[in-house]
Design a protein around this ligand. Structure first.
Ligand code: FES
Length: 122
C-alpha cells in the first residue's frame, strides 16, 4: 500500500515575517520534500493540519496501517530527507510500525500522534 506524506504548506515559524517576502516555512519544506522524493512514496500539500503551534507539520499515512502526525520541523534538506526515508520504511512495513532502531536520526522527537487504521467495513 502506498504511503502518502501530507505536508502543511501554510505552516509558519514564529519568526516568519510577511513583510520580508520570505517563502512560507511550510512551502519551503514541501519544496524540499518533493525534491527529495524519488517517486517511491506519494506527496501532497494541504493548507493547515491544525498543528500550527508546532510548525512545520506533516502526516505519514497509508490505508490499513498506523498513521502518524509529526511536527516541529525546520524547513531543511536534512529534515526533508528524513521524512522521505521514514515514509519509505513505513511503506515497506506491514502495519505501519517502523522499528525505532531504523528511524532516521532527524525524525526522532518529531512524532506528535499516532492514528490506528479504521476498522474494515462490514
Ligand atoms: S498552518 Fe500548518 S498546521 Fe496550521
Amino acid at each position: 500500500m502506498t504511503t502518502w506524506i501530507t505536508i502543511c504548506d501554510t505552516c509558519k515559524h514564529e519568526d516568519w515575517d510577511a513583510a520580508t517576502g520570505a517563502q512560507i516555512d511550510g512551502e519551503k519544506l514541501a519544496d524540499l520534500i518533493e525534491a527529495a522524493n524519488d517517486g517511491s512514496v506519494q506527496t501532497r500539500r494541504h493548507s493547515c493540519l491544525m498543528g500550527c503551534d508546532r510548525a512545520c507539520n506533516v502526516t505519514i499515512q497509508a490505508e490499513g496501517k498506523l498513521c502518524y502526525s509529526l511536527g516541529n520541523f525546520d524547513a531543511t534538506p536534512a529534515a526533508a530527507q528524513a521524512i522521505i526515508d521514514y515514509a519509505k520504511l513505513h511503506q515497506e512495513s506491514t502495519a505501519g510500525q517502523v522499528p525505532y532502531r531504523s528511524w532516521p536520526q532527524e525524525i526522532k522527537g518529531h512524532f506528535v500522534s499516532r492514528h490506528p487504521p479504521l476498522p474494515v467495513s462490514k
